[in-house]
Design a protein around this ligand. Structure first.
Ligand code: AHM
Ligand code: MG
Length: 344
């Protein structure tokens, strides 16, 4: 008789990474080792998040990060975990975290590699204490300066089109890792009984148009006119598209993005014109907008700042912010029509 416990075990993330390595001519295994280190970091964070109510990791750490935001204890734990695992992989020349002001050097006891990773260790962390889904976002680049010196800002400030991989993990009702290395998007769900991520969402494609819009409407009076008109249109003018839009906003980017990626729709975090702290919106180009733009484009969607394609925005500093409008291609194009005055 077949062992039923084995029957439904599908492709593990390790299988998947190794298969891809075999299929890429000239692959040395470096990239696979880097991704494996990220996977391990996310499993560790998932374990810590899952125990959050039981051990003393909830609440504030008592410090303010480089963004001027209060650091939660789990932010610190997640940041340390990603740094340690990526450093120990021996495949990185430097790291850039949403939580730290400067480029993080790889400790000298580890070999220096050719990749650098921008990451947001725990996105949506203001939701932690309420048990709302939170996540880790990462974006991978190859260094462009000679390996004889330490990496520098030139390496860190590459445009999103130079990414060689990107992904995110959601610590939610289940733990899911979604990533792309430039050949489509795959989602893996953690099976806690065996401690492995299994392929659960192969070749994700986002619908051409959705029915969901996600934006913090509390900021309505701060938006520019095209954004106001676009949202008014979705709420009132849907008859034209025979689409009844519905509002969904968790306030946790990974959760809002992931839902819209699967179901279709649009997420917007526009500039806040009247808030001097948010002239470019709230979200960070390098560790939030670019990796999600990479994923959405690989899944057939679009991401724009309103003025330009997110992945073509020229980064000027590490913690640069950008308006982010991202989602199903027809929804993003319609927004663009309002911005360009082709609709009003
Ligand atoms: P964080 O990186 O400090 O957690 O902030 C980013 C979060 C995103 O997850 C979310 O989309 C956004 O902030 C929500 O902001 P707001 O509360 O202004 O709507
Ligand atoms: Mg964040």
């Amino acid at each position: 008789m077949a062992d039923s416990s084995q029957e439904n075990i599908g492709i593990t993330i390790s299988n998947h990474l190794l298969l891809n390595q075999q299929l890429s001519t000239g692959a040395t295994g470096s990239y696979t080792r880097l991704l494996q280190a990220l996977v391990l970091a996310c499993k560790i964070i998932q374990r810590d998040v899952a125990k959050a109510g039981l051990v003393d990791v909830l609440g504030r750490a008592g410090t303010i990060n480089v963004q001027g935001e209060e650091v939660q204890k789990l932010d610190e734990l997640a940041n340390t975990t990603v740094k340690r695992r990526l450093s120990a992989s021996g495949e990185c020349c430097g790291l850039i975290s949403e939580e730290e002001a400067d480029i993080i050097e790889i400790p000298r006891q580890y070999p220096q590699g050719n990749y650098l990773v921008h990451f947001d260790p725990l996105d949506g962390s203001s939701n932690i204490d309420a048990n709302v889904s939170i996540g880790t976002i990462f974006s991978i680049y190859r260094r462009i300066t000679p390996a004889t010196n330490d990496m520098d800002l030139q390496d860190a400030l590459q445009r999103g089109v130079e990414q060689v991989g990107a992904g995110y993990v959601i610590y939610g009702s289940s733990c899911i890792l979604v990533f792309s290395t430039g050949q489509g998007v795959n989602g893996f769900t953690l099976d806690p009984s065996i401690g492995e991520f299994l392929l659960s969402h192969p070749n994700i494609k986002t619908p051409a148009r959705g029915k969901i819009y996600s934006i913090n409407e509390g900021n309505y009076s701060y938006w520019d006119e095209p954004t106001k008109k676009y949202i008014d249109y979705l709420k009132n003018g849907y008859a034209e598209h025979k689409t009844n839009y519905t509002a969904r906003y968790v306030g946790s980017l990974v959760a809002d993005f992931h839902r819209n990626l699967l179901y279709g729709g649009i997420f917007l975090y526009p500039a806040d014109l009247k808030d001097p702290k948010k002239p470019h919106g709230k979200l960070r180009l390098m560790c939030e907008a670019n990796p999600l733009a990479y994923i959405v484009e690989q899944a057939g969607g679009l991401a724009t700042s309103g003025r330009e394609r997110i992945m073509e925005v020229e980064p000027r500093y590490i913690h640069q912010r950008t308006p982010l409008i991202i989602g199903s291609p027809e929804d993003v194009r319609l927004y663009q029509e309002f911005v360009e005055g082709r609709r009003s």
